[in-house]
Design a protein around this ligand. Sequence first.
Ligand code: ATP
Length: 236
Amino acid sequence: MSMLQVENLSIHYGMIEAVHDVSFEVAEGEVVSLIGANGAGKTSILRTISGLVRPSQGRILFQGQEIHKQPAQTIVASGLSQVPEGRHVFPGLTVMENLEMGAFLKKDREENARNLKKIFERFPRLEERKGQDAATLSGGEQQMLAMGRALMSTPKLLLLDEPSMGLAPIFINEIFEIIKDIQAQGTTVLLIEQNANKALAISNRGYVLENGKIVLAGTGQELLTSEEVRKAYLGG
Ligand code: ATP
């Protein structure tokens, strides 16, 4: 079953067309990557799916329902959660308080406690630091917190915008391991990455964006071994 369908999506900022007639889908249980150079339109697509930007053309369906006219909080409540680029933890709040913010739409205390337990199992570092001001965490720890916070809402679909950006190699490998683990636990993932090699290696399928258009689609393995992708994104 299709979890997410993006149909003929165009996005404009004033006169500028950032995304042109893009269609793709994410099936339930998949990890799907969007890869492409800076400015290709990847973030614009994620922000439109989560309701922060309105499309100028096209439709977005989540579990068969149109969502592209719905407010962002309705979209989150229906089971779609985004981890924005640059992490964005709430400074001045502790790690624990940041995680609790992720569950603000969930009134089910038992479910919240279960989610918190799972998140601490997955990110033991966050449990060790639960009383610490989130702003004082390292970059990698902040990325884990941002992912943990998104998982507190028990999303069916998790949108990740450049989760490896600016991280040390040891954290980068860990983040990709965690994404695989999130998939194994039943959450579908749409991933944007500059790190095409690592992203495609864990993806069921991927799409390559250039100047706001999809120029190539295939399985993660097909794209990893494609001459075109190797030249443009994987360093030859
Ligand atoms: P990066 O990998 O560098 O983050 P991206 O593929 O995510 O890039 P977008 O951030 O979606 O690309 O940007 C696509 C195009 O839209 C760019 O040319 C960008 O300058 C433009 N753009 C994005 N946001 C706005 C905005 N709020 N106003 C005007 N133009 C914008």
